[in-house]
Design a protein around this ligand. Structure first.
Ligand SMILES: [Zn+2]
Length: 157
């Protein structure tokens, strides 16, 4: 009798695992998210030793471990540090319809960047250093997605 492992074709089935979870945003994260939700304002924290303004805010400086107790209000505009454009829409994975992108954005007043979505752009508007502004959701619930995405700042004529 043949060994079944040699005689039988092995089939492969595609699947996925959904792993819902919840985690505490902590004191710093909650203050940050409440500000986005209630006031549409971005907050960062400043390290008293390095002077670095962190956005997303940090409780402790990752460089010198000092406590970052000073809150700093940041602009809702900033500059593109880097980005990539997503051209293929996946109904389960795409947070926005149409062409959008992921970008690292450094808000005005911050020394560090963070990742968020970009949309409403013409590709000619995108470049390192390009100005972008936040577009807030109408109904906000205390999530980073209370900011729907960033878009290029329209030139003042
Ligand atoms: Zn520091």
């Amino acid at each position: 009798m043949d060994d079944w492992r040699e005689a039988q074709e092995v089939l492969v089935m595609d699947g996925g695992i959904k792993v819902p979870y919840s985690w505490s945003a902590g004191e710093t994260g909650t203050t940050y998210l409440e500000s986005l939700r209630d006031d549409k304002k971005f907050l960062g924290t400043r390290c008293p030793e390095c002077g670095i303004v962190y956005h997303i805010p940090r409780r402790n400086c990752p460089d010198c471990f000092s406590e970052c107790a000073e809150w700093v209000e940041l602009g809702s505009s900033g500059e593109l540090v880097t980005y990539t454009i997503t051209r293929k829409h996946h109904p389960q994975l795409s947070p926005l319809k149409g062409v959008f992108g992921y970008a690292v954005i450094k808000l005005d007043g911050a020394d560090t960047g963070f990742v968020h979505l970009i949309s409403e752009f013409d590709e000619s508007q995108l470049a390192k250093g390009a100005r972008v502004e936040a577009v807030f959701a109408g109904e906000r619930e205390g999530s980073i997605l209370d900011v729907r995405y960033f878009r290029p700042v329209k030139a003042v004529s």
